[in-house]
Design a protein around this ligand. Structure first.
Ligand code: 2M8
Length: 449
């Protein structure tokens, strides 16, 4: 299916409405991930939000990242949620009980796990935008990179050490939420080994009140497992080594690893350009080493038959062969040109974006040809505009601008109604989950810039 360029009127309407959504979701010091379902700051959402806001205002974009960094733990971890204000979101701070953790930050309540390291990818894009504009924007952005370089490096080092103590080259995650793809079939096999115990405190879900149909969200049984892992993290006092030996879910995540590799290269590039982090033991070299290790880990995980990268269950030692979009991790971190071309063809081909039943040729979270595919359940098949953005970004970086533009145009067509939904039913184009989702509006702005 070929998709055409949106008209000037459509572009004007979409960018106006996307800008409006981000303004409406702005709470002063930070942007909520969505107005009611997610009334807090989420880590990887904030990265996408910042790069979208940068197309309108570089200072506001930098403030978003500064606000996120205010939640950084002493370990270097950037937590997955910052609770800047009270709300009915569950699980909130009283459930996370991060006061048991010595490394928690002062002055802001946070969750105790993390999310994919998209932030430096966003920052380098913001810097690029700011340089194009020049003047005060450029100065501000460069100053921000100088000021925060060590914090980003600490974040990446945390993932490279506390979360890869044996140098596998795969970042270990301790909860499906850390992958960003909560209920993805990537984690079905590992979750079958997670058994909530009767001493887990009872809970009432708040999320279902905010969606039209519960089948768009994870099931109650899945939620109980999510809460059980949270409980195990609390019982380990958020000490990664203790959790590793006691927790039920320890996975080498290929998407997180590929993003870490890509982000580490970009951090090194920025350091070199701005003359920071130099020397043999400096931040630039450390970043390059992290990039190399995790790129190697991602490439090693590829199943030669399918051409897709695989997560590794570090509890059982089993590779997890699932046709999820995370399998395209090598496209994000590069390192093998033949594989990049193979993945490009696969992504645009009939098992993925070129599947005959898709309403729009946009990356689905799971291949529609896979038995695990569900068309309206959360990360089990629906299309997530941010994933599509990531793949377009990756294709551009790998020297595939035409393929990238195909995804961009398809992504814009999908968003033409300006609902900026959290995710989309791939066969009908119906909007699912939350409306006015910040990161969806943000990537629309970036695609239009
Ligand atoms: C979703 O995750 C949260 C838990 O972190 C939830 O379901 O309550 C995921 O889509 C995640 O990737 C995203 O960052 C978050 C906020 O948009 O929502």
């Amino acid at each position: 299916m070929t998709v055409s360029q949106p008209s000037a009127v459509e572009i004007g309407l979409m960018s106006g409405r996307a800008g409006y959504v981000l303004r409406a979701n702005d709470r002063g010091a930070f942007t909520v991930a969505s107005p009611t379902l997610y009334p807090h700051m989420w880590s990887w959402d904030a990265g996408f939000v910042a790069l979208g806001i940068a197309t309108v205002s570089v200072p506001r974009a930098l403030n978003e990242l500064r606000s996120l960094l205010s939640g950084q733990w002493a370990t270097g971890m950037i937590p997955h949620i910052l609770f800047h204000q009270p709300s009915d979101y569950f699980p909130g701070p009283e459930r996370w009980r991060t006061q048991v953790a010595a490394a928690r930050p002062a002055g802001v309540q946070t969750s105790g796990i993390c999310q994919p390291p998209i932030h430096v990818i966003a920052l380098s894009r913001i810097l690029h935008d700011a340089r194009r504009r020049g003047g005060a924007d450029q100065e501000l952005a460069e100053e921000f990179v100088r000021e925060t370089f060590d914090q980003w490096l600490a974040w990446h080092q945390y993932l490279a050490t506390a979360r890869d103590p044996y140098n596998y080259g795969l970042v270990e995650i301790h909860h499906g939420w850390e992958s960003g793809m909560d209920d993805s079939p990537r984690w079905d096999e590992p979750y079958s080994n997670v058994h909530p115990q009767p001493d887990m405190p009872p809970f009432v879900r708040a999320d279902l009140a905010h969606v039209a149909d519960p089948s768009q969200r994870p099931s109650d049984a899945e939620y109980a497992k999510y809460l059980w892992l949270l409980e195990q993290k609390v019982r380990a006092r958020y000490d990664d080594a203790v959790y590793r030996s006691t927790g039920d879910f320890v996975m080498g995540d290929v998407l997180v690893s590929a993003l870490l590799a890509a982000a580490s290269d970009l951090l090194a590039d920025m350091g070199e350009e701005l003359g920071i982090g130099g020397g043999a033991a400096g931040g630039v070299e450390q970043s390059r080493a992290i990039a190399r290790r995790f790129r190697t880990g991602v490439l090693r995980s590829v199943n030669p038959e399918t051409g897709l990268a695989r997560d590794l269950d570090l509890r059982t030692g089993r590779w997890l062969d699932v046709e999820s979009a995370a399998g395209f991790a090598p496209l994000l971190c590069g390192g093998d040109d033949a594989l990049t071309r193979r993945q490009r063809d696969l992504l645009l081909g009939p098992r993925w974006c070129g599947h005959s039943r898709l309403r729009w040729p946009v990356v689905p979270s799971v291949s529609p040809a896979s038995p695990a595919f569900r068309e309206q359940t959360y990360w089990r098949g629906p299309q997530w505009p941010v994933l599509n953005w990531l793949m377009a970004w990756a294709l551009n970086r790998s020297g595939e601008p035409e393929a990238a533009n195909q995804l961009r145009l398809a992504g814009l067509s999908q968003l033409i109604d300006c609902d900026f939904a959290e995710y989309y039913q791939p066969m009908t184009g119906e909007t699912l989950g939350s409306r006015d989702q910040s990161w969806t509006a943000a990537i629309a702005l970036d695609f239009l810039a």
